[in-house]
Design a protein around this ligand. Structure first.
Ligand SMILES: Nc1ncnc2c1ncn2[C@@H]1O[C@H](COP(=O)(O)OP(=O)(O)O)[C@@H](O)[C@H]1O
Ligand SMILES: [Mg+2]
Length: 504
């Protein structure tokens, strides 16, 4: 997404730069046109204009000679004008080449060359002029009428021809100037239109880019709102439907973090509760255990005495019932004590499969009595796992007992040990009635039990043990189908991380 935003801005900046660049070039072109006019055409036109008026005066003077009363005075003027014209031709030529030829583009260069050539032609044609005029005036002096007419016709022809040509040159320069200004104006108008177009384009591009950036950044507001909610204590998990860009990743990462924080908080609360339960349990058990053991001893003595006295069966049945209740209380206090005595695990790298085999062998007689068949399935070889043997034994026994209790009419309990990536897992599966959906979330809570005589501590202790080991426990229900096709059976799966390589 960063790249998208950057690309959008790059495009906008490029558009802006293009507009600026184009404006600069257009301005430069206009300046060039101006320079071409001011430094090339205007001086050339000025010089040419002076030449033109000199030439026109000469032609007029020549035409007026026959009517002149004092032709000699005309001769003086005429000769002066001829030498002035020579100077004017030289100046005009310089205005064409190099002056005009050195400004502007190819068109102007060609024009300057052509003008120079034509001016040279005029200059060459006028080269003989002075002598023609001299001849005209000597004929006048001689009063040679024929000679005067002939010379006058010749001089007038040359002067009028030159006048025509200079005029043509002047017209060409003027029309070239008009052309140039017309082109310059056109170019300026085009540049203006193009600039306006580019500016509009850049503006809309900028608008588009900012709208797009806003749309891209909108999810950020949602993340912020969520962060505020979290700060107020709302740690409930949220579904993230974010796109795959950086903000989406941020939203997901944030949600993952919230999940971890919630989990850590839950664990801390559970630990605290467990510690409180442990303290209370230690206290109560201490008060109960001693009286219980003396009650047990007294019952034994009573039983003996009743046996010797041949007491009625009713009394003995009562005694048996009392014994059972005392045993139950002993079991209860033992379980409480377990919570009280749950120390942090003393980890050793060991063979988990060996422990599981041991525990299954230990639990088998009790299971057999209740018609439960224990099946063990171990994948070998398995890498060692770090664990506290007594605690994991405890955890496994809790799971096996629950499995047995879930199948009062007997069935198969399968225990499986297998490697699972960087962990080893132990599955305990039964064929019991499963766990109803509505209580599934609570089975690990301390004191949660659906059994009349249950303490509700077995799974809570088990989870505590596994978390202290850096492992996990979870359950899946309805893993199997009963003879009637209804889903049944529960699988509790514990996973323990492999021992780091150096510990074995
Ligand atoms: N294998 C199982 N099949 C069905 N329900 C089970 C199983 N294991 C545990 N449960 C449910 O979880 C509850 C809590 O179990 P636990 O913590 O061991 O306490 P308790 O066994 O004392 O009831 C049980 O009361 C039972 O409802
Ligand atoms: Mg239990």
């Amino acid at each position: 997404m960063t790249s998208q935003v950057l690309a959008s801005f790059a495009v906008a900046v490029l558009g802006f730069a293009l507009t600026l660049g184009y404006g600069a070039v257009a301005q430069r072109n206009a300046a060039d046109d101006n320079e071409e006019l001011a430094k090339g055409y205007v001086p050339a036109a000025l010089k040419l204009g002076q030449l033109r008026s000199t030439q026109a005066t000469i032609a007029t003077l020549v035409d007026g000679i026959p009517d002149e009363r004092n032709p000699l005075s005309t001769r003086l003027v005429l000769e002066t004008l001829v030498s002035v014209r020579r100077a004017k031709i030289a100046e005009t030529r310089a205005a064409f080449t190099p002056d005009l030829a050195s400004v502007g583009g190819a068109r102007t260069h060609v024009l300057a060359a052509q003008l120079t050539v034509e001016l040279d032609v005029i200059d060459a044609e006028l080269a003989d002029d002075k002598r023609g005029i001299e001849r005209l005036f000597s004929a006048l002096d001689d009063a040679d009428k024929d000679g005067v007419n002939r010379q006058l016709a010749a001089v007038a022809m040359v002067e009028h021809e030159a006048d025509r040509k200079v005029r043509a040159l002047s017209d060409r320069v003027a029309s070239s100037m008009d052309d140039l200004s017309a082109r310059s104006r056109l170019r300026e108008r085009r540049a203006l239109v193009a600039l306006l177009g580019l500016a509009a384009l850049t503006l809309s591009l900028g608008l588009f880019v900012s709208l797009r950036t806003r749309r891209l950044l909108a999810p950020l507001a949602r993340v912020t709102a969520r962060a505020r909610a979290v700060a107020r204590g709302d740690l409930t998990p949220h579904q993230v439907e974010a796109s795959d860009n950086e903000i989406g990743q941020l939203a997901r990462a944030f949600e993952t973090m919230v999940g971890s924080v919630a989990q850590a908080r839950d664990r801390a609360v559970a630990n605290e509760r467990f510690a409180a339960i442990g303290k209370m349990a230690a206290h109560v058990t201490h008060e109960i255990r001693n009286p219980l053991s003396s009650i047990g001893l007294n019952i034994e003595m009573l039983d003996e005495e009743l046996g010797q006295a041949g007491a009625p069966a009713e009394s003995r049945a009562l005694l048996t019932a009392i014994t059972r209740e005392v045993e139950r209380l002993e079991h209860l206090s033992e379980e409480y004590l377990r919570v009280a005595r749950l120390p942090s695990p003393r980890m050793e790298a060991e063979d988990l499969a060996g422990l599981v085999t041991d525990v299954v062998a230990f639990a088998r007689p009790e299971a057999d009595r209740q018609n439960c068949r224990l099946q063990l399935d171990v994948e070998t070889p398995l890498p060692p796992v770090l664990f506290d043997e007594a605690q994991i034994r405890q955890a496994l026994l809790n799971l096996l007992r629950n499995a047995r209790e879930a199948m009062p009419d007997g069935g198969i309990i399968r225990v499986r040990v297998a490697g699972d990536g960087m962990a080893v897992r132990v599955d305990v599966e039964d064929q019991g009635g499963g766990i109803p959906e509505e209580i599934r979330a609570r089975v690990f809570d301390p004191f949660f039990s659906t059994k009349g005589e249950g303490t509700g501590l077995g799974l809570a202790i088990t989870r505590q043990i596994l978390e202290a080991h850096g492992g996990a426990i979870d359950c899946e229900t309805g893993i199997d189908k009963g003879p009637d096709g209804a889903p049944r059976g529960t699988r509790f799966r514990i996973t323990l991380p492999l021992a780091p390589a150096r510990s074995w």
